[in-house]
Ligand binder design. Structure first.
Ligand code: NAP
Length: 341
């Protein structure tokens, strides 16, 4: 069996502080497109890869957050959409389209496959890295399950135009809520209001006083703060929470690259306002995926929920796409195309 080229994006340096493109390297490897004899695995052709902020933590030398770590010289790992080229596993067959954890390379050999099978192909396949994949499930479970969203509530979302945030805003509107988002540029704030139906939006980089901005948009306070960024934003939100408010803690991207994490001064508001602040990890909710698809697919087909993607073409552009998440370069869900079929 002939070998074929297998271009990869590998980790070349452990990262401390902000990641750089040069912490990753493009390598021309090769692969034999045949499973080892007796393998229970699958051979995948990777199509679309997802750039996600949590991938930064895999680049640490230690793995204190418990998400694991990569070894130097090994391909980057993350969510992706792939086609099964060969299968030794009864749950998958050649030609199946799947999404789940794969590697940043053209072809991947996965010895213990645990993928979601893609059943609906009338929507763009790349959506399974975003709205129909991990970020979509994150927005849905974070808002409805962890946030216990109720009709008509006041909702604030940070990193509001990103892969997760753009959906939280739309789900909040479908739920009859008043929703305000913060984002890092004028263009993104316009997207919030024009495209995702946010009632209001503001550029947090241009607000000298975040507390004053929140008081302006929420004179009666916030019921749900969908936390994506942490740091100063969280501190400003806490005194503006309403009695019995909820803070689903989805992410804290402002802290991921700091060697010294920022403190939070206003935590005592949790007590007097009886606020529930709860961290969550989306994979704990994957049993709800069929229910989520039932909810979201009709909305996509009817155009009632939209999804903005930022598409980077080719593995060569993977490092820049991933690093760009931490300066807000991406507008919408950052996708990396390896191959279109
Ligand atoms: P994203 O919003 O598509 O991309 C990241 C965005 O974060 C950037 O575009 C940038 O937008 C913003 N950002 C970067 N550095 C920042 C900083 N220092 N302060 C404030 N904002 C900053 O990413 P995503 O995939 O939707 O993820 C959003 C959050 O959810 C992340 O914290 C991620 O870790 C978390 N998450 C958690 C789970 C879970 O299971 N708990 C699952 C998925 C994602 P601006 O231009 O607006 O600043």
């Amino acid at each position: 069996m002939a070998q074929v080229r297998n271009k990869q994006v590998v980790l070349s340096n452990y990262v401390s502080g902000f990641p750089k493109e040069s912490d990753m390297e493009i390598v021309d490897s090769t692969i034999t497109l045949k499973l080892p004899e007796g393998s229970n695995g699958v051979l995948l052709k990777n199509l679309y890869l997802s750039c996600d902020p949590y991938m930064r933590t895999l680049m640490n030398e230690d793995s204190t957050l418990g998400l694991g770590r990569l070894t130097l010289g090994s391909p980057m790992m993350g969510y992706g959409v792939a086609r099964v080229v060969e299968s030794g596993n009864p749950d998958y067959k050649k030609g199946d389209l799947v999404w789940g954890i794969t590697k940043w390379e053209e072809y991947s050999l996965v010895s213990a496959p645990q993928f979601f099978k893609i059943q609906h192909t009338d929507v763009p396949l790349s959506y399974y890295t975003g709205i129909l994949g991990m970020p979509g499930m994150t927005a849905y479970t974070g808002f409805f399950e962890v946030g216990s969203a109720k009709k008509g509530e006041n909702v604030f979302v940070s990193a509001a135009s990103g892969a997760v945030g753009q959906l939280v805003g739309q789900f909040a509107k479908l739920n009859g809520c008043y929703v305000v988002g913060s984002a890092g540029s004028k263009e993104k704030v316009e997207l919030l209001k024009e495209k995702f139906g946010y009632d209001e939006g503001f550029n947090y980089k241009e607000e000298p006083d975040l507390d004053a901005a929140l008081k302006r948009y929420f004179p009666e306070g916030i019921d749900i703060y969908f936390e994506n960024v942490g740091g100063k934003t969280l501190d400003a939100v806490l005194p503006n929470m309403k009695l019995h408010g909820r803070i689903p803690v989805c992410g804290m991207i402002s802290q991921y690259n700091l060697t010294q994490h920022e403190g939070v001064a206003n935590l005592a508001n949790l007590i007097f306002k009886r606020v529930r602040m709860e961290g969550f990890v989306v994979s704990d909710f994957y049993h709800l995926y069929p229910k989520f698809l039932e909810f979201v697919l009709p909305h996509i087909r009817e155009g009632k929920v939209v999804y903005v993607e930022d598409i980077a073409e080719g593995l060569e552009n993977g490092p820049a796409a991933l690093v760009g998440l931490f300066s807000g370069r991406n507008v919408g869900k950052q996708v990396l195309v390896v191959a279109r079929d």
